[in-house]
Design a protein around this ligand. Structure first.
Ligand code: GAL
Length: 380
């Protein structure tokens, strides 16, 4: 039997391979970072600081709508859909800002880095985003949540606030807190003593009762269906990773501080072969800086910092961009797309997108190289 089958095997492999590629949704059209990306209406995609949800074989890209002069939210969160990650259909405004001046999300608020996940238990789509109240700069530092029965919306705003008020982080020690309590005075900002105090929890403790600050953020759903909210807390000095409740609409109370006093924002995360990888940026506002990378054997850590994953020209400024999301591409075993924004604060609507395939060293360490163009089809 074996003898008979042997010559047929390459034929079968070629046959099923051909069927698989005929069924593949991916096209020959390349991805060209930094260029204008027209949607089905011919308009540059307006979904900044975004993320992608894969649902029922379709990609849904949610992001910040930006105008020509202001980065504030005058429209809301936009949604685009695609089967191939190259051709995008505008699906409209998924979460609209409110006309009610009393609403948290009134027109002119700051609504950043929206991410949507699907909850299998409730059948609802849950959107989290960073919210700043209108006219109050970046002082509110709130996490906000909205839900919908339909992936493209409309999403209903549920509420916003600081995170986990009165709840201790799992990795804060009594020794850390004793160190803070023993401080005679608050050290001068940016001195080594101050960074040490921040690292031990100076701002964590300051914000404990009212809840931790939450600015740049992303979401991550693990293989077991648990979801996590990863956000810049403590005046952007420390990241938090907080588990969401079973319905994804609130926090469960479990969270850890990550890279305390490391000054990270723009977190983007993925998991490969059991290791969690996170790419972040430093904090220089709209200006690009060098990316940072961390890994951990568990979502709650311990997280270890690695060198900047970017290589080549402009690697010290992430090729002009700032991380926003990492997409594992379905059907492509080792294709994880690193997504970043090239901000244009003087003409925010013209901000561009960087999408690069993450590459891997022999030992599994991720790295990035700029590619003028590349094709999803070329990945297995
Ligand atoms: C960036 C942040 C953006 C936005 C901007 C405002 O550092 O990643 O999401 O908040 O600052 O200056």
């Amino acid at each position: 039997m074996r003898l008979v089958l042997k010559p047929i095997i390459p034929v079968l492999v070629a046959f099923f391979g051909a069927i698989a590629s005929a069924c593949s949704p991916y096209t020959d059209q390349p991805i060209r970072s930094g260029e204008i990306w027209p949607d089905d209406r011919g308009e540059h995609i307006n979904a900044h600081g975004g993320g992608i949800l894969v649902h029922d074989g379709t990609f849904y890209w949610f992001g910040e709508h930006k105008g020509e002069r202001s980065s504030s939210a005058f429209v809301g969160v936009t949604c685009y859909s695609s089967k191939d990650l190259v051709n995008w259909k505008y699906e409209g405004v998924a979460l609209s800002v409110s006309d009610d001046p009393a609403s948290d999300i009134t027109r002119g608020c700051t609504l950043e880095r929206p991410k949507v996940i699907y909850n299998k238990k409730t059948g609802k789509f849950v959107m989290w985003f960073h919210l700043e109240l209108r006219g109050r700069g970046y002082s509110a530092a709130r996490a906000a949540v909205a839900v919908s029965d339909n992936v493209t919306g409309p999403y209903t705003y549920i509420g916003s606030g600081r995170v986990n008020p009165g709840i201790p982080a799992e990795n804060v020690t009594d020794a850390d807190l004793a160190y803070i309590d023993a401080l005679q005075e608050i050290p001068r900002s940016w001195t080594p003593e101050w960074l040490e105090a921040i690292s031990k929890g100076l701002y964590y403790k300051r914000d404990f009762a009212g809840g931790q600050m939450s600015r740049d953020m992303t979401l991550f759903v693990d293989d077991d269906g648990k979801a996590y909210h990863i956000y810049a807390a403590e005046e952007n000095l420390t990241l938090n990773i907080a588990e969401l409740s079973d319905d994804y609409q609130s926090h469960s109370g479990r969270y850890v501080r990550v890279a305390p006093a490391g000054h990270n924002e723009a977190p983007a995360i993925f998991k490969r072969n059991g290791t969690y990888w996170m790419i972040t940026s430093g904090c220089t506002g709209w200006d690009p800086n060098a990316a940072r990378m961390f890994s951990a054997p568990s979502i709650f850590g311990p997280w270890t910092q690695h060198p900047n994953p970017c290589r080549g020209e402009k690697s010290e400024i992430t090729y002009g961009g700032q991380s926003t999301f990492i997409l594992p591409v379905p059907g492509k075993k080792d294709l994880f797309i690193f997504m970043a924004d090239i901000w244009r604060p003087r003409n925010p609507i013209d901000a561009r997108y960087i999408w690069l395939p993450i590459q891997f060293e022999q030992d599994g360490t991720p790295y990035l190289e700029w590619l003028d163009e590349w094709n999803i089809k070329d990945y297995k």
